[in-house]
Ligand binder design. Sequence first.
Ligand SMILES: [Zn+2]
Length: 176
Amino acid sequence: MASGPQGIYLVDQHAAHERILFEKLARDFREGTFSVQYLLVPQTLIVTEPELAIWRTNKDLWSKFGLELEEFGDDTLVLRTIPEVLPPGDAIDLVRELLDQEEASFVLKERLHQLQSAVACHAAIKAGQTITSTEAVALLTELAQCEHPYNCPHGRPTLVCFTRRELEKRFLRRLS
Ligand SMILES: [Zn+2]
C-alpha cells in the first residue's frame, strides 16, 4: 500500500515486479547484455513428441535468452543454462510452462513476448511474500520508471488507486 497526492494505491507486488523484470529483460535482450547462469547440476526433463516439436521451433530463440537445452535420447531434454534472474529452483517449472503451449506461434515477436513474460513471472517476487519497506520503495521507484507501469505483461493491473474523494464518500464524509 502506498499513498500519494491523489489518494492511496494498492499495489500488486507480483504484477509490479513482473512488469519491471519484463522491461529489463527486453532491454537487456535488445542491447545484448543478457546474463546467463550455468546450472551446477544440469536438470533433465522427460518430454513428449509435441513438446519436443515446440522446443525445436523455439530452441534458437530460447538459447539467445539464456535457456539452453540439449536433446538426449528420444524423449529427454537436458537443461544446462538459464537466465540470470531466474531462481534455479524455478527453471524446470518455467520450461514445462513454455513447452505446454498449444503450438509455437510463427510470429517471432509473439514468441519473444511469451518467453519474456514467462521468465519475468517465474523470477518475480510472489504475491504473499513479505518484503521490507525499503524493498517496497525500490519496487515503486522502479515501477514508476517503466514504460508501461500500470499493467503486468499479461495485461493485469499492477496497482489500483482510491482517490481521496472516493474514500471520503465511502466513509460517508462526503455525500457526492
Ligand atoms: Zn505472474
